[in-house]
Design a protein around this ligand. Sequence first.
Ligand code: AMP
Length: 207
Amino acid sequence: MSILINWFKSLFKIKKMQNIILFGPPGSGKGTQAARLVEKYGFKHLSTGDLLRSEIKRETALGMEAKKLMDKGQLVPDDVVIGMIDSAVQEAGDSVRGFIFDGFPRNVAQAEALDSLLGGKEMKIDRLLVLEVPEDVIVGRILARGETSGRADDKNEPVIRDRYKVYREYTVAVADYYGDRGLVKEIPGVGKIEEITDLLVSEIDAI
Ligand code: AMP
């Protein structure tokens, strides 16, 4: 009997939860749009960049090691970010409405790890929504953000271009990985913030 009850519960959970990867190059508006979607739907926002910056702020050993790579626009090792996401998903518990992953997965190995950790909790990725923004717009936006963000990696144009290069070289493959399952939707990421949110909302409502 209890097996049957658990089976019904897990079925309900799969139906109820929506897990979304908000995807796109650095500076494409993922953080801004994630905050708006959290407000509308009550998702739990998980940004590996934010989690790493909080480690840096607290001056942990992990944060200090990560900072060296982040300041150069390079990726932090997979086991570090996968461990962070794993803990954050466990901590969030079963009550969340779903997750918005932002800045993660950054390569196919991370995507495979994400699928396996979600699978272990009877969850899955429902959509990968790509915010499409051309490189030159990205560079201008991030330099402007660097005026106030306090982020070393937002202030230096060669580092910003390197971050974009890393995106093209390793991260775009994540969209192909989920694209093979028909889970990818592209959204124009240039325009009014509210209009971009509306496009994301219609994709999420269609799931
Ligand atoms: P973001 O805030 O997403 O632009 O990330 C800022 C920096 O944190 C990146 O340039 C990387 O150095 C590091 N980082 C964030 N997320 C990841 C990830 N999933 N894998 C590896 N490095 C990451």
